[in-house]
Ligand binder design. Structure first.
Ligand code: HEM
Length: 385
């Protein structure tokens, strides 16, 4: 059952009657990402989320930024000038490499990164496939094998990271403890980390691709962002708030093409919505993408207009769930600030010195599921500013 109003989204995601199961809503992810935070419900979910939150506290986030900003700048220096390339493929590669560095503490040129990346891509590709059984030669089977390889690799890293003082994400998760001093078991660490990498990566790559397409189509906005970024000599925790225009463009990209287009849940008991009786067991899917173009909240909803997020217009505040690309309620994206930080680091490293333009004029067709991406890529070309 599809629900496409902001009121329905608020009811389902805030779930005041504890009616809706995430684990069952997202059950297609269970084989490859068992034990992931999004696949847990109610008290069990709350306990795990509290522990994971320690890896997202300010000191940890500051450390990620300190690792991420120079890594991004270094990798972006290698992007070719005056030579067309596919931005989507390049940003996936870049976010995976920077991810392996910030999330796992691997060096940017660590030789194991390639094999891990390949396994990771196979695992994500297999997450939402038509053939769900891991039959030989199917994507699903390749995904299951990739999961085994990755989880084995993560498991072997745990003992050393628990004992060390690494600032990367994996080390933070290995050392995280609750108020009673209790941390996760090895299996829990492996399962959480495996899910987290998936949740973190394709979503941000998708959002950055939407954003860059918009910046190519609106060079005036690209110039404004370049000026804003150039005015900040160094990206540090103290300067993170100095990017209001970049923030607006990112929000607008997330509105027009939310990386998570539909949020599924399953009703555990019978319930009623606006006079309609809905039986227990019903799959409910909240249509984020439609709500974010609802003319009741947005002026000219199909237009790219980042200023709709300015203080004086604040269209996103017309309803608590008019703009909710990161979800809401107990399962609201735990990586929201992380991804915002990554987008700012990307813009800050690229835009002051490079102009980015489409390499061809063809229409871009977006494949919206499971995570939006431009079918056939997004060909761009970089030039010196
Ligand atoms: C533009 C980037 C991103 C978008 C649009 C996004 C979107 C979302 C959404 C909509 C949910 C809620 C799903 C639900 O309610 O069922 C979610 C959950 C989650 N996200 Fe993100 N995400 C992004 C980036 C990230 C990053 C960078 C991380 C990690 C560093 C991350 C980790 C997670 C986790 C662990 C959950 C599960 C939270 C829970 O169940 O308590 N996400 N994300």
């Amino acid at each position: 059952m599809a629900l496409s109003s902001a009121d329905a989204m608020e009811y389902v995601l805030t779930d005041p009657d504890r009616l809706f199961s995430n684990a069952e809503g997202w059950e297609t992810l269970k084989v490859l990402f068992p034990g992931g935070l999004m696949l847990r419900d109610f008290d069990d979910h709350r306990a795990h989320r509290r522990l994971m939150q320690t890896a997202f506290r300010k000191p940890a986030m500051d450390a990620y930024l300190t690792m991420m900003a120079p890594a991004l700048a270094r990798m972006l220096r290698d992007w070719p000038l005056d030579t067309p390339f596919d931005f989507y493929a390049a940003i996936k590669e870049l976010t995976l490499r920077v991810g392996a560095h910030v999330f796992m503490g691997l060096a940017l040129d660590d030789p194991s990164t390639d094999a891990l990346n390949r396994a990771f891509i196979a695992e994500v590709d297999a997450a939402v496939t038509v053939i769900q059984k891991p039959l030989p030669f199917t994507k699903r089977r390749r995904g299951v094998n990739a999961r085994l390889m990755l989880t084995d690799h993560f498991r072997k890293m745990i003992a050393k990271r628990r004992a060390g003082d690494g600032l990367d994400f994996f080390s933070q998760m290995c050392r995280a403890t609750d108020d009673d001093g209790k941390g996760w078991t090895d299996q829990e660490i492996v399962d959480h980390f495996n899910f987290l990498l998936m949740a973190a990566h394709d979503t941000t790559a998708s959002a950055l691709t939407t954003m860059v397409q918009a910046l190519c189509e609106h060079p005036d906005w690209q110039d404004r962002l370049a000026d804003e970024c150039a005015a900040v000599p160094e990206l540090t925790p103290e300067t993170l708030d100095d990017f209001p225009l970049t923030d607006r463009v990112f929000r607008e990209a997330l509105r027009l093409m939310p990386p998570v287009q539909i949020t599924p849940r399953r009703a555990l008991r019978d319930f009623e919505w606006r006079g309609h009786a809905i039986p227990a067991g019903t799959y409910v899917s909240v249509q984020n993408a439609l709500i974010q173009r609802d003319p009741a909240f947005w002026t000219n909803p199909d237009d790219f207009d980042p200023d709709r997020f300015s203080e004086n217009r604040a269209e996103d505040r017309s309803h608590r769930f008019a703009w909710a690309p990161f979800g809401g309620g107990a399962h609201k994206c735990i990586g929201m600030h992380f991804s915002t930080m990554q987008v700012k680091a990307f813009c800050h490293a690229l835009l002051p010195t490079r102009r980015i333009a489409r390499a061809d004029s063809g229409e871009i067709h977006w494949k919206r599921m499971p995570i939006p991406r431009p079918d056939g890529g997004l060909r761009v070309v970089l030039a010196l500013r």
